[in-house]
Design a protein. Structure first.
Length: 238
């Protein structure tokens, strides 16, 4: 059975040996890797550039699973691989493990074991088809939380005309006028929990203000924020 260390030694040591013989001109640093049957594992672009590009045959790689593992190791350890390519490689390998009888929750562990890649890396790029619910949830916690905050902020209150705000020019404070029926319910719930109503209102305002500041800090989600705001507002037009 192959190992990640063995594959990396093929990829990394060969360039170092060649660099000893060439200080002014770089030649063919990375060999084309082929499996037992001569199928290309890594280096299709190099072969297109030069059909005589040197090759290294990996005798121990004979199955499709072997080839996919080798491609993941050789590509990720040597160059920057696009997210899409990572997903495609993991999709092929995950499908093989699924056909072998492994459940979605176990597939990520098997791929991590086979490739030497971290479990977190596998879960991040592996298609959701092969994940269980917990793995899918952990893969995008930040994006999910951002969406939750946005919904909370832009979702209008379930009750209308519950609160009115009045400001005065001769004071640093403003007046909050709360619907009496709603306040009586609010006060009753607060006191049942042993909390002063004033404290509950103060805490609610602080928490909501902090959520708004979180969204403002997430500059990368500005477009999403605007789209969601428009969507929520439009859905409540009567």
């Amino acid at each position: 059975m192959y190992s990640r260390d063995h594959l990396e030694s093929v990829i990394i040591e060969v360039p170092n040996q060649e660099l000893k013989f060439s200080t002014c001109k770089i030649g063919q640093l990375y060999p084309v890797l082929v499996d037992y049957y001569g199928q290309v594992i890594d280096g299709k672009h190099r072969l297109r550039a030069d059909k005589n590009w040197k090759k290294v045959k990996l005798e121990h790689i004979r199955t499709e699973k072997d080839r996919l593992v080798a491609r993941i190791v050789s590509n990720v350890s040597r160059r920057i691989v696009s997210d899409e390519e990572k997903k495609q490689l993991l999709d092929g390998l995950a499908r093989i493990f699924l056909n072998e009888g492994y459940t979605p929750g176990a597939i990520a562990y098997k791929i991590a074991e086979a490739t030497g890649m971290s479990y977190r890396w596998v879960v991040k790029y592996m298609p959701s088809t092969y994940k269980d619910s917990k793995q899918s949830e952990r893969a995008h916690p930040a994006a999910r939380r951002t969406t939750e905050i946005l919904v909370e902020i832009f979702e209008p209150p379930r009750r209308k005309a519950t609160l009115m705000v009045k400001g005065y020019a001769n004071t640093d404070f403003i007046s909050l006028m709360i619907d009496k029926c709603f306040y009586e319910e609010f006060e009753s719930n607060s006191r049942r929990l042993g909390i002063m109503p004033e404290y509950s209102i103060d805490k609610a305002l602080e928490d909501y203000n902090e959520k708004m500041k979180q969204v403002i800090r997430l500059e990368k989600n500005q477009g999403e924020t605007q789209k969601l705001a428009v969507h929520v507002s439009a859905s409540h037009v009567h």
